[in-house]
Design a protein around this ligand. Structure first.
Ligand SMILES: [Zn+2]
Ligand SMILES: [Zn+2]
Length: 328
């Protein structure tokens, strides 16, 4: 099979030919038809995240069909369409797994980070962490659901039940999915983009935002909560200033630049800052039930697998509207 491999952080991915991986007991082999490109992949390639098992095939927004079943797999059949997310494995016995917080597992395995991912023609995955994919969206359009969608959904749930006015900082793949869910739940969306990014502001308005503007401007009204998807630490004080007393600022990214110091009074009033880490299978089940009801639509730009480096570059440059998806 063809695969794009990260041999060393800080370097471009290499196109290699290698035998397709075979499933061990409990695993499935999946013929990949689409794999989304997530900002986390950039952090893995750049070495911002330091626990990659190198060499690694990145990619954790995988859609494909089951091509082989490992011993003991009885929850899927060959030919079934599945999605494979970032959480590739959790231990099942640490204090976090036992309390329903497998996203915080002490011994996790992440797809495209410690476990070879979807920048390839085939991959293998633990069958317990794969999901049947509903809906009539194409494989490529569904790929961003597997991380941008799931992490976005978890981030939105962390803003609380009574979040009517939601701010979103950074309007890319995750934000455009969250905006659709929020609108479906009758919340108002206020989108903050890099100053002057008119294309992203237009995109946000098309996705149902009530307002879109530059992140260095004040919010047009007091917000109940905000989600920050851009990996930019100085947005945390900006978002804190925008939310009301008791408001929650959720950091949805896995990595962020340093947070500048800020005066205590913008946190005062029981405002909350929290991060969202990874996902649970429960999040995935809820999200996958919700997505076809909305019905969720994703804006994508397709790249051939061999152009994974170009896709990563496009994401880095901030010129993408929506999500990049690789097609083997
Ligand atoms: Zn665990
Ligand atoms: Zn991701």
């Amino acid at each position: 099979m063809k695969a794009m491999v990260l041999e060393k952080t800080g370097q471009a991915l290499q196109l290699v030919q290698r035998p397709a991986p075979l499933p061990d007991a409990g695993q499935v082999q999946v013929k990949v038809s689409a794999c989304g490109v997530c900002r986390t992949d950039l952090h893995v390639v750049d070495g911002d995240l330091s626990e990659a098992r190198l060499p690694i095939i990145p990619g954790h927004e995988i859609v494909g069909t089951i091509s082989l079943l490992g011993e003991g797999v009885d929850n899927f059949q060959v030919g079934e369409r599945v999605g494979i997310p970032w959480l590739g494995y959790s231990c099942g016995c640490c204090r976090y797994c036992e309390s329903g917080a497998e996203n915080l597992c002490d011994e996790p395995g992440f797809t495209g980070y410690q476990i070879d991912g979807g920048y390839a023609e085939f991959t293998v995955a633990d069958a317990r962490f794969c999901f049947a994919l509903p809906g009539s969206q194409s494989d490529a359009e569904s790929a961003p659901w597997l991380c941008a969608g799931l992490i976005g959904y978890r981030s939105l749930m962390m803003t609380g039940e009574d979040c009517q006015r939601l701010g979103i900082y950074g309007f890319g793949a995750a934000a455009h999915i969250v905006a659709q869910i929020a609108r479906y739940q009758q919340r108002e969306v206020y989108a903050f983009t890099s100053p002057g990014d008119i294309a992203a502001q237009k995109f946000a308005l098309e996705m149902g935002a009530s307002w879109a503007g530059d992140s260095d401007r004040a919010a047009p009204c007091e917000l109940d909560a905000a989600i920050i998807f851009a990996p930019v630490g100085h947005l945390i004080p900006a978002a804190l200033r925008a939310v009301r007393k008791g408001g929650i600022v959720v950091c949805g990214g896995i990595h962020m630049s340093d947070i500048p110091s800020f005066p205590y009074h913008i946190l005062w009033g029981e405002r909350v800052i929290r991060s969202v880490a990874n996902l649970t299978r429960q999040d995935a089940q809820e999200f996958l039930e919700l997505a076809p009801l909305i019905p969720l639509k994703t804006r994508i730009k397709e790249f051939p697998l061999e152009q994974a480096n170009e896709a990563l570059h496009a994401l880095r440059s901030g010129k993408l509207t929506g999500a990049a998806v690789l097609r083997p």
